[in-house]
Design a protein around this ligand. Structure first.
Ligand SMILES: *Cc1c(COP(=O)(O)O)cnc(C)c1O
Length: 403
């Protein structure tokens, strides 16, 4: 049995009330909640070890540096990167994607092609549009199918010697679809293209092995994996990271500076200009420890139980449609006929249930289904079937009031 009661006790926020009702938090795909060990690590850092890193000879600076570099090793181990310097600490997924987009602006020429999937988050569409405008490269899109998966036949046809980059999320944040990234990566490599995978939505549920995937770049955010906001990871194969120019100039990323010429520091510092989110990086490492102690297989199995249970119960509600029905993580995106998703979300909030409504930063998906948005309930390993029962009862109540 999954020890969900014990786990819930680790999250102080789960004890609070919203609008006089116990909080039911089903907006985990937007951000996850924070366990006490991670909160403690943040308090402990500022109470005992706060100093700037990599520069000082004094004890505090060395302690902070050790903690920060230990966190990098934890992240390396978690993602199974070959080298610790292939782990770049970023401010989050968006930051990591922009770093690569900016780097490739030096490597692309007019007529080169970039392929993105139709299931992308805006943060994975806009930087490529900007890159295409700058370089004259052309953006191609892998279309989606009715069940929320990608049309791989069209992907096959889009790939050619012109393809330089392929960008795809591991899991769609709007629908929860798990994309066949291993196949996508293998096919891209056959034509010599590099692949960046957006793992923001996959990492709370799946432990990715970047070497087994043979992926060139993989990005994620700590705040979706029980860590703090404002920190994330960019994994890059060392050969690629050596080849790409630095993203920002500043302290930390240089080896020598004169007004005539600056030489850049080696990896990972070349991509980590300025004082980083030291505390956030350390807390990220603690969050990964916490989740690994529970185990990602156990987490995925329990969340799937919640998904199956919630799906079955929701489908019993008249006029309710669920979008994305393929193999997926614990996300249910739905609408009720004749009712705007926002109205359902507002009533659910009154009843203490936090869901997301709207386009989920993925307007192209909403356009595909010809809907303004959805209600999205996304589950985490600290949610319960009892909470799903509350969601169902609340959705029924909302539907009754709004019809
Ligand atoms: C949340 C999310 C992002 C953006 O993450 P930030 O932490 O806001 O940078 C990108 N892609 C997907 C799939 C997401 O779920």
């Amino acid at each position: 049995m999954f020890p969900v009661d014990k786990i819930r006790a680790d999250f102080p926020i789960l004890k609070r009330e919203v609008n006089g009702k116990p909080l039911v938090y089903f907006d985990n795909a937007a951000t996850s909640q924070t366990p006490q060990v991670v909160i403690d690590a943040i308090v402990d850092y500022y109470s005992n070890s706060n100093a700037n890193i990599h520069r000082g000879v004094h004890t505090l600076s060395q302690e902070a540096t050790d903690l920060y570099e230990q966190a990098r090793l934890k992240i390396q181990k978690h993602f199974n990167a070959k080298e610790s310097y292939e782990i770049i600490l970023t401010s989050g997924t968006t930051d990591g994607i922009n770093m690569i987009a900016s780097g490739f602006s030096d490597l692309l020429n007019t007529g080169d092609e970039i392929i993105v999937s139709a299931l992308e988050h805006h943060s994975n569409i806009v930087p490529w549009q900007m890159l295409c405008e700058k370089t004259g490269a052309v953006l191609k899109v892998i279309p989606m199918l009715q069940n929320g998966t990608l049309n791989i036949e069209v992907y096959d046809a889009l790939l050619s010697a012109k393809t330089k980059l392929v960008f795809c999320n591991h899991v769609s944040n709007a629908l929860g679809t798990i994309n066949p990234i291993k196949e996508i990566i293998k096919k891209a490599h056959k034509v010599g293209a590099a692949v960046l995978i957006d793992g923001a939505q996959a990492t709370p549920h799946i432990k990715p092995d970047v070497q087994a995937l043979d992926v060139d770049f993989y990005v994620a955010s700590a705040h979706k994996i029980c860590g703090p906001t404002g920190v994330g990871v960019l994994y890059g194969k060392s050969a690629w990271l050596e080849k790409l120019p630095p993203y920002q100039g500043g302290g930390e990323m240089i080896e020598t500076v004169t007004f005539e010429k600056t030489t850049y520091a080696g990896l990972p510092h070349k991509f980590e200009a300025g004082t980083p989110n030291i505390c956030g990086g350390i807390a990220f490492g603690v969050a990964l420890d916490y989740m690994n102690a529970i185990g990602f297989e156990a987490i995925a199995a329990y969340e799937d139980e919640l998904l199956q249970y919630g799906t079955k119960k929701l489908q019993e509600i008249e006029g309710l449609t669920i979008y994305g029905t393929s193999s997926k993580t614990a996300v249910i995106s739905f609408n009720i006929e004749g009712i705007h998703p926002y109205d359902i979300g507002a009533i659910l909030d009154k009843l203490g249930v936090a869901v997301r409504t709207g386009h989920h930063c993925a307007q192209p998906i909403m356009n595909f289904y010809n809907i303004p948005g959805t209600v999205r309930a996304s589950f985490a390993f600290y949610n319960t079937k009892n909470e799903i029962d509350i969601l169902i009862a609340s959705v029924k109540r909302a539907a009754m009031m709004l019809r």
